[in-house]
Design a binder for this molecule. Structure first.
Ligand code: GUN
Length: 316
């Protein structure tokens, strides 16, 4: 069997075209949703992420602002910036790119963001709303995982879902969303006993533990749906040869570039799974799409009935 490839770029394009319509309607009401990004210091990966987020805003016609405090910024200075953005009426969403430098109290900064503008869904108030199933802003990657599952026709209700990883940003919220969608959810982590046996019971596997190619074909029930949240850079040629022994094209790409991205799922799982997200081009594009969606949602939530969401559009 060869798994159906769940193409994140195609799903992102669908979501963008739906968002474009909503943004057009909001602009007809004189509302232009806007996202403020805060990028501290010069972490190269963070720079790339924030640049992609701003490019997505521009593509969709959202307002965007980029604040770039130096790596030496203090907690108090960041708190003052966040407070300023909380008070600005033209800013609907605030995104503080992580990680922050060591001297900054990250929790204090994230908790200072107005929950109504918390498009990352990291504020405890939004996590609490998610736990209790009330409307709020939910972290982008978990919502993206659910969008892939729903839009690719996976049966979630009654399914055995295994989430690998228990981070606040991905594992925990994804497990909650799956549970709200009536899956039977098991959360696994580094101390889980008989991990391959537990994973093999799953109809849906969400791999988010940050370990290169850890999920191997023998862990996967034939026909299972596999969502790979991992993004790991491989630069070792011998490791690439092993991982892509059955994928000569990927090996060629590795040789040309000297590096490649690999998920938490071994590429050979595609020969066992029923459906699988590729890395790159699976969950990644959805994370930014859901950030755009959350920015539009934040604009609606903050501006009340005047910009009420169309009936049936609420999914998370
Ligand atoms: N750093 C890595 N991923 C993320 C994310 O989703 N949001 C923010 N704010 N920072 C990140």
């Amino acid at each position: 069997m060869t798994a159906r490839i769940l193409n994140g770029n195609t799903i992102r394009d669908q979501i963008y075209s739906e968002l474009q319509q909503q943004i057009q309607e909001l602009r007809g009401l004189g509302i232009r949703p806007g996202l403020a990004t805060v990028l501290v210091g010069d972490n190269p990966a963070s720079k790339i992420y924030v640049t992609s987020k701003i490019a997505a805003c521009e593509q969709l016609g959202l307002g965007s602002w980029r604040f770039t405090p130096p790596a030496t910024v203090t907690t108090e200075e960041l708190l003052a910036l966040v407070e300023d953005l909380n008070n600005r009426d033209d800013v609907d969403g605030i995104l503080v790119q992580l990680p922050l430098p060591r001297q900054v109290d990250t929790k204090r900064v994230l908790e200072a963001v107005d929950p109504a503008k918390d498009v990352d869904g990291f504020h405890p108030a939004n996590l609490g709303r998610l736990v209790s199933g009330r409307p709020g802003l939910v972290a982008c990657t978990p919502v993206g995982v659910m969008e892939i599952l729903r839009r690719s026709g996976a049966t979630i209700e009654g399914a055995n879902a295994v989430v690998l990883g228990r981070s606040d940003i991905v594992g925990k919220p994804t497990a909650l969303l799956l549970m709200h969608a009536n899956a039977t959810v098991t959360i696994c982590h580094s101390k889980t006993k008989d991990l391959p046996v537990v994973v093999r019971r799953a109809d849906i596997i969400v791999a988010a533990m940050g370990r290169t190619a850890m999920v191997t074909p023998d862990w996967v029930k034939p026909g299972a749906t596999v969502i790979d949240v991992g993004i790991n850079k491989v630069t070792d040629a011998a490791q690439a040869e092993r991982l892509f022994a059955n994928f000569p094209q990927r090996l060629e790409q590795f040789r040309a570039k000297g590096s490649t991205l690999v998920g938490d799922v071994h590429p050979d799982v595609a020969s066992v799974a029923g459906a699988i997200t590729p890395v790159p081009g699976g969950v990644g594009p959805l994370t930014i799409a859901m950030l755009m969606s959350n920015s539009v949602k934040a604009a609606r939530l903050r501006r009340g009935n005047r910009a009420a969401q169309p009936a049936g559009a609420e999914k998370a």
